[in-house]
Design a protein. Sequence first.
Length: 188
Amino acid sequence: MQRRTFLTKAGAMFGGSWITLSMPAILASAGVACKAKEEGSAFRVLSVSEAAEFEAIAARIIPSGETPGATEAGVIYFIDTVLADLEPDLLEPLQTGLLSLQTDIGNAHGATSFAGMHSSQQIEALQAIEETDFFETMRYLTIAGTFCNPSQGGNRDEVGWKLIGMERPGASQPPFGYYDADYVKKGA
């Protein structure tokens, strides 16, 4: 699947994931995650090996290439923050899903680590689990971490926005909103 096709279909995926975060919760997590990435903080709930595996999965979902991807956006810090603060109950299912994936790649490729596999093998392994809750959640977290509002700390250096050609919105000039009626009355 081409990157552009994937990005246009990404919105439909959000409903199928077993994680349901509200936008304020995503933005709050993005802020903490961005600060963690900037400071080079240790992971809060993920082990170093789990973080490497999840980061490799995220890097296949939104890969780097001609443009930055999930790695440059600091998605692994977003995932760690979500698992620590918003959805701690997802940590165990994600760890179980990762162990299952590692067992599958061990059987199919003799590999012990998803991150250590060649990219074509990684893609093959992820295609085999595309319909699982584990993959759906990883895809959701990767997309959310990549495309959050940069002013709230997600989407480091506007990587996600640049990826889709979105420019930072300009500042609005008042009067806009519920008080417009009072403004119009004063001017009349």
